[in-house]
Design a protein around this ligand. Structure first.
Ligand code: RP5
Length: 164
C-alpha cells in the first residue's frame, strides 16, 4: 500500500495533527510524520516533496497555521494529491490559514479541509488510497456504518426523552 505523508509547519501543530496519525493507525495505513516549513525549512520541504512519489507516498497531508503556504508550496512540487489542514492560531482563529490554504491558483490544487480538520484530512487520504484497495474501502464503509449507528442511537434516546 502507498504511504501517507503528514507534514506540519511546526511542532506546535502536533497536538491537532496527531489526530490524523491516530486515524491512519486505526485503518492500518502506513504513514510518516515530518516537520517541514515553507518558510523556515523550504529546502527540506522541497526535497521531501520532489522525491515523495518515488519514495512510496500516495498522498501528502500538509498542516500549517498563520500565513500557511506549506500545502501550496508542496503542491507546487508534486502531482500527488495534497490535502491542506489550516491550523487555528491565537490571533485570527485560523481564518488566515484557511484562506492561505484554500485559495490556490488554477493548476495547483490543494484539497483543503476545515480549520484543525485533521481527522477528515486522514479520512480523505484513506478514501484516495481506497480507490485501488477494496479492503480499505470496506473498512471505510464499516466505520461510516458504525458512526451512523451511534447517531441513530442518540436520536432514539432524545426522541424517547422528549416525544413521548
Ligand atoms: C506555521 O506557523 C506553523 O504551521 C504553525 O501553525 C505556526 C506557528 O508556528 P510556531 O511559531 O508555533 O513554531 O508555520
Amino acid at each position: 500500500m502507498k504511504k501517507v505523508a503528514i507534514i506540519m509547519g511546526s511542532d506546535s501543530d502536533l497536538p491537532v495533527v496527531s489526530k490524523a496519525a491516530d486515524t491512519l493507525k486505526d485503518f492500518g495505513v502506513p504513514f510518516e510524520v515530518h516537520i517541514f516549513s515553507a518558510h523556515r525549512t523550504p529546502v527540506e520541504a522541497r526535497d521531501f516533496t520532489v522525491n515523495a512519489r518515488e519514495n512510496g507516498f500516495g498522498v501528502i497531508i500538509a498542516a500549517a497555521g498563520m500565513a500557511a503556504h506549506l500545502a501550496g508550496a508542496i503542491a507546487a512540487n508534486t502531482t500527488l494529491p495534497v490535502i491542506g489542514i489550516p491550523m487555528k492560531s491565537k490571533y485570527l482563529d485560523g481564518i488566515d490559514a484557511l484562506l492561505s490554504t484554500v485559495q490556490m491558483p488554477s493548476g495547483i490544487p490543494v484539497a483543503t479541509v476545515a480549520i484543525d480538520g485533521a481527522v477528515n484530512a486522514a479520512l480523505l487520504s484513506i478514501e484516495i488510497l481506497a480507490l485501488s484497495d477494496e479492503t480499505l474501502a470496506k473498512k471505510l464503509q464499516d466505520k461510516r456504518n458504525s458512526d451512523t449507528a451511534k447517531v441513530l442511537e442518540k436520536n432514539a434516546a432524545v426522541e424517547a426523552q422528549f416525544n413521548s
